[in-house]
Design a protein. Sequence first.
Length: 220
Amino acid sequence: MTNLLERLAARLGPKGFTTDPDLIAPHLKEWRGRYEGRTPCLVSPASTEEAADAVRLCAQAGASITPQGGNTGLVGGQIPDGEVLVSMRRMNAIRSIDAANDSLIAEAGVILSAVQQAAADSDRLFPLSLASEGSATIGGLISTNAGGVHVLRYGMMRELVLGIEAVLPDGSIFHGLKSLRKDNTGYDLKQLFIGAEGTLGLVTAASLKLSPARARGRRR
Ligand SMILES: Cc1cc2nc3c(=O)[nH]c(=O)nc-3n(C[C@H](O)[C@H](O)[C@H](O)COP(=O)(O)OP(=O)(O)OC[C@H]3O[C@@H](n4cnc5c(N)ncnc54)[C@H](O)[C@@H]3O)c2cc1C
């Protein structure tokens, strides 16, 4: 384990790696206090390449990983029990928005409300909405197949994802960031990651489906 921690520290630097208990503490508690965890370190990659290298180093050392987004999950899946904790919060860029195609590409650590705002700024709607939208991240929402208050009209997260980029357990990268609506090629592998709670890989970015903005004002 010492060897692994040294390698992770060397690859990720001080912003991306810590063993400081004070910095790690907030990540080990579920907000209602129902789950409390432990971890040897907190890894916070800032890019897909850093995430891939961190996962590869853990795989080579035989160390397990618990991914974490906004830590708003209610079933404790984001709380480590001795695993290396990988927080995706530093991967928080909206890489692109294509209003004409009604699509947006966001990194896993982007907060849901930021995606909603980016869509609104382009006169579009990202319809997923839930009470934790000021903290929950795109990676967490995908990994839990989140629902929210607009499910009946727009569907769950599963129906709002056009493509996914993910780091697989050996550290290789799954490049599935498609924004194509009519995609009938092969297996729909992105669906495996949706609702998988991080068991099949680390989601690093997603292409999301936008809708036309809702009309403002009252209907007559
Ligand atoms: C007030 C409140 C209201 C809520 N309302 C709803 C609701 O209406 N509908 C609903 O579905 N949920 C709801 N939730 C639950 C929670 O907000 C969702 O499950 C949300 O999707 C979790 O996102 P997160 O970023 O906080 O993920 P986390 O809690 O950090 O993680 C959740 C799971 O996803 C995994 N994970 C996180 N990021 C990644 C990643 N990048 N790659 C792979 N795995 C990852 C974690 O390991 C864990 O298993 C609510 C929670 C709160 C506190």
